[in-house]
Design a protein around this ligand. Sequence first.
Ligand code: SF4
Ligand code: MG
Length: 324
Amino acid sequence: MSVLVHVNNLTKYFPVHRGMFGKEVGQVKAVDGLTFDIREGETLGLVGESGCGKSTTGRLILRLLEPTAGSVTFAGQNVFEAGSKEMRNLRRDMQIIFQDPYASLNPRMSVGDIIAEPIRLHKLAAGPEVQKKVEHLLSCVGLAAYQARRYPHEFSGGQRQRVGIARALALNPRLIICDEPVSALDVSIQSQVLNLLKDLQQEFGLTYLFIAHGLNVVKHVSDRVGVMYLGKMVELAGDEELYQNPLHPYTQALLSAIPVANPRVKKERIILAGDVPSPVNPPQGCRFHTRCFNCQDVCRHHEPVFKRIKPGHWVACHLVREEI
Ligand code: SF4
Ligand code: MG
């Protein structure tokens, strides 16, 4: 598989001000030195608790935010150095699906117009061709042609997410960033939307960065999974490998929280101490050390390097040694 997106040392700090117009008193280290690839045609899951920087990472890749440092390369093009013409092409190739489809769909536009808007903006079709394209996209996501005349409030949550997916597909993108696309949906609807995303990936040859809260959702869709904690990637591996052989204590804790289907399989739940520390002035050394059950002295003072332990498996932990 070739590399579609290369993320190198990607960093985003947000300034923190005292009061609305006060002086800068600190920085939120939202994303701090991420390096990873997204391969053409795969689904890379990106997992971590709220505030770990996963959504910020998605927005940086799309250049909805400018980075503090680092680069993103999409199909050989440096995203942050793209001029307006290149950026226009990149905007076609990279799309996003949001967690809350209701908030991302204009309530005053019919669903047909919502899906047609990017097609018209990018001049992909004109006249009656637009309508045909919209109807085709609706059928791709399992909605009927007549529903184009309806408005977002007339749809259920799951249907609205289908509309959001149809809009994302309208420009025939190569990459879709799925930012917690099922977290706001009922559990019974979640798997329908996940299956739809999988089918569309096959049909359209899509690459996904699939952002989620917990490992249980990405388990069913990801080829590889990256785990983030406080702006850092702590582990990255193929999905089988990560679920069978998690090496970072944080990944182990996240996995232990997933209920097992077979009650005879005994599983110790790892309860982490305390809460996630603030990303403003995060802990020195290993950022996870305040909650880690394996913490040693070295962990408090030295930051572990994100290193390859074996082919395809990367971990940032002092206690994990490279396998030769
Ligand atoms: Fe825990 Fe130390 Fe590894 Fe950090 S480096 S995860 S504190 S054992
Ligand atoms: Mg988020």
